[in-house]
Design a protein around this ligand. Structure first.
Ligand code: AMP
Length: 119
């Protein structure tokens, strides 16, 4: 069994978080250290540590993460200008919290996709 992270406590509302959306499959809340005017994390309610742990049983929740991202982008008023969805995996991806999460970033031009260029 994977070890719970702080995100499980946020889902269960045991610790404070600015939750902007929650349903039976996913929870979305504002990132505590925003990297853009809109920075929201969308997570499955079940604990999946990384993308490497995803199975076909998770497809419904993972698909919901995208539809919820689009809905929140609309609510935040950033849909038309655009935004970026990021899922980091493990060390090279820069993952810090081992409960899969999608970053929804927008509200300004985000520039090139990666800060480091080259192979
Ligand atoms: P990652 O590097 O992809 O694992 O991203 C983890 C993200 O979680 C970072 O952007 C953190 O700022 C964010 N984060 C960590 N703890 C919290 C928290 N308690 N509430 C909201 N966001 C958090």
């Amino acid at each position: 069994m994977a070890e719970e992270t702080i995100f499980s406590k946020i889902i269960r509302r045991e610790i404070p978080a600015d939750i902007v959306y929650q349903d039976e499959l996913v929870t979305a809340f504002r990132d505590i250290a925003p990297q853009a005017p809109t920075h929201i994390l969308i997570i499955p309610n079940v604990l999946i540590p990384t993308v490497n742990h995803v199975t076909v049983e998770d497809e419904l929740a993972l698909g919901r993460m995208i539809t919820v991202a689009a809905k929140i982008a609309e609510q935040e008023g950033i849909a038309e200008d655009g935004y970026r969805l990021i899922v980091n995996c493990n060390r090279h991806g820069g993952q810090e919290v081992f409960h899969i999460h999608m970053h929804l970033l927008g509200g300004r031009s985000l520039g090139p996709m990666l800060s480091h260029k080259g192979i």
